[in-house]
Design a binder for this molecule. Structure first.
Ligand code: SF4
Length: 375
């Protein structure tokens, strides 16, 4: 069992908060595509014949691909890998690209899960983020996608935006839960170095939302999601009727995955690889048959820390038995010792051999994680 991630590094314009690797130079799209098809073939043994259960198109903006380009990528994957008949194929898309004919075409190509970047239902905030769509378009696109037959739709929202108030945030949540979506990813804004928002924050032309307001917005999110019947299965992810993102869940479960395209990461159980974060260098490296990735062999400590950092964020939590089996009794004792103060204060829950964050603990998850990993 394994997954494939494909990074489509093109965007029509740059959102002011975004630090994913992307370029607006779409003239490279053809060359990128042929390089990607080469990479698929070259790396067909990376997953050691594991069956592909999930394929995820992320970016950048996968919806810059034509349906023909998408079909070519999927057919090349099918030629090189064993793909499960029930494979989850997720496609990240921006609302402004999703015309009805495009939706039908990507569905025909095999996409069965849409992840739509809505971010906000307030046009003023969408403008401030430099998003290309408005709220009305986002609503229409989701309704159209559902009518066309997509029954696994995820929406992305961002909270903690500068000047976002509770009324606006509640409105966004109300709107999203009225739509035919089965999944919500809601992230607090992060000011990443290199983004326009970061520059403006440093210059003082943009003001960070205060912490109390941020915490209130997270509390509102939990309350509204719960009321709408969405289960929080990871700090930022909520699903109805257990319609979890199988692909993202497999990252948290330590399942192998192959990352294709510039900046994509791969994991084969023992090591991590990351491709060069530059589309021209990626294309050139394949043309010259030179290295296009870096690799790190994971030590036992690295694997232990990754287990903590990924699993504690989920509803499945950490298993003391698993730690005992894979990392030894000493690390099990260490983990129990490190969590005891949080268990005593109700931040962390211990049920049988499973450690999870309580609702209170979710608010200080970064602090708890930092205390549980081995430095
Ligand atoms: S948020 Fe998406 S569309 Fe906007 S710049 Fe980042 S990758 Fe591109």
């Amino acid at each position: 069992m394994a997954g494939i991630y494909i990074h489509i590094p093109f965007c029509r314009q740059k959102c002011y908060y975004c630090d994913f690797y992307k370029t607006v130079n779409t003239s490279l799209q053809q060359k990128f595509l042929s390089t990607l098809l080469t990479e698929i073939k070259e790396r067909k043994n990376y997953l050691q014949n594991e069956t592909i259960e999930t394929i995820y198109f992320g970016g950048g903006t996968p919806s810059v691909l034509s349906n023909w380009e998408l079909a070519q990528i999927l057919s090349s994957i099918a030629d090189s890998f064993t793909v499960s008949s029930g494979v989850e194929i997720t496609f990240e898309a921006n609302p402004d690209d999703l015309t009805n004919s495009y939706l039908k075409a990507i569905q025909q190509a095999g996409v069965n899960r849409l992840s739509i970047g809505i971010q906000s239902f307030q046009d003023s905030h969408l403008k401030k983020m430099n998003r290309r769509h408005n709220a009305a378009e986002a609503i229409e696109v989701i309704k159209n996608a559902a009518e066309i037959g997509f029954d696994n739709i995820s929406a992305d929202l961002i909270y903690g935006l500068p000047n976002l108030n509770q009324t606006e945030w509640k409105d966004s949540l109300q709107q999203v839960f009225q739509l035919p979506v089965q999944h919500l990813s809601a992230y607090h804004l992060t000011y990443h170095e290199g983004t326009a928002f970061y520059t403006w924050l440093k210059k003082g032309t943009l003001k960070e939302l205060n912490e109390t307001e941020s915490v209130d917005q997270f509390t509102t999110l939990l309350k509204y999601a719960n009321k709408a019947g969405f289960e929080q299965y990871e700090i930022s992810n909520f699903a109805k009727n257990e319609m979890y993102s199988k692909h993202n869940t497999s990252y948290w479960m330590g399942i192998k995955y192959l990352g294709l395209g510039p900046s994509a990461h791969s994991f084969d159980g023992k090591s991590r690889r990351w491709n060069v974060s530059h589309v021209e260098s990626y294309i050139k490296a394949f043309a010259n048959k030179s290295d296009y990735f870096e690799e790190e062999i994971l030590s036992e400590k690295d694997r232990f820390n990754e287990y903590i950092l990924t699993r504690i964020r989920t509803k499945w939590g950490l298993s003391l038995d698993f730690v005992n089996q894979h990392f030894g009794a000493e690390n099990r004792a260490y983990l129990l010792k490190q969590t005891s103060k949080y268990i005593n204060t109700g931040m962390v829950l211990l049920n049988g051999d499973v450690i999870t964050l309580s609702n209170k603990g979710l608010f200080i998850s970064d602090e708890i994680m930092a205390d549980l990993i081995i430095i």
